[in-house]
Design a protein around this ligand. Sequence first.
Ligand SMILES: [Zn+2]
Ligand SMILES: [Zn+2]
Length: 372
Amino acid sequence: MRIDAMVLEETGGALSFAELELAPPGPGEVLVRLHASGICHSDQNAIEGIDPVRCPVVLGHEGAGVVEAIGSGVTRVSIGDHVALSWAPSCGQCTECRRALPHLCSTAWPAMGLGGLLDGTSRLSRNGETVYHYSFISSFAQACVLPERSCVPIPADVPFEVAGLVGCAISTGIGAVWRTAGVRPGERVAIFGCGGVGLSALLGAVAVGAAPIVAVDVSEQKLAFAAELGATDGVLWAGSAQETAEAVRAVSQGGVDYAIEATGRTEAMQAAFLSTRVRGAAVLIGIPRPDAVLTLPALSIPRMERRVLGSIYGSTYPERDFALTLDLYRRGRLPLDRLITHRVPLAELERGFDLLRNGEAIRAVVDMEVAS
Ligand SMILES: [Zn+2]
Ligand SMILES: [Zn+2]
């Protein structure tokens, strides 16, 4: 079938609107008509080459839509199902999957970087030339073909734009709090970086009854928004990791149990670590540059039992956590829709990235139903 898509022709280049050929789903694959797709910093990193991808490529990995066709052997979804898309199609059989770490699946991760689906080949082309997939999803398009294991059925009354964000930013943030850290009621939390992922972590901390919840950002405006979503205190970045950490420790009566770092900047990681109390942990979610090195004061690690916890995809198990998260949203316990501040049509994707880059948007979403 022919589809409209936004294509990144080369690293560092612009996104161009193009008509592509999308092959039908193969065995174990599903064709999804996309309705919404969030615009994420990981897409931005791919454009800039911080996290290089094979080009030409259709980016986008925070999508949701409706199943339109299924390949042979597909049992997980049926035609007409509403689905949120997961970029971690775990195999269920590798060493990591068997020890209950499906988000670290050792089959899916190596395949992801090759730009194909799980068999290494692409379903996207243009005049016979291969166009690559991104993170198995490529949701900046009218439709996509992806592994069945990337499709998580959702209730039909959930807005597609919220479900799309659950596929990446929301699960990354909330999961870091619920799954990686396992925050309990009354524990003290700080959130470094109040974008889509950081504010998702904040909503997760509010939902489990953490207190205080200290928001940290370089923007007064973002801190004000964090307060609306339930942050008890706000700390403006003070220019250095040391000074910022001191401010967080002051408002949290001596430091936090968990400092969630969502910017990927090493100074913010240091500040997060220094903000923790004894037995506290810095939880690192933000993706740093590949050559970044993190320097920490070593003595306080044994002396204070401080810890550093890495977290990818919120240590999420999509089949379990997407449903749980969306159920809390439907019951009014997680106001996830508040994270969506802007909507753009597919053809204006570049404007969506501008809104992300200049900090204006918490989350901008490509809405396939908005006319250009
Ligand atoms: Zn696996
Ligand atoms: Zn993402």
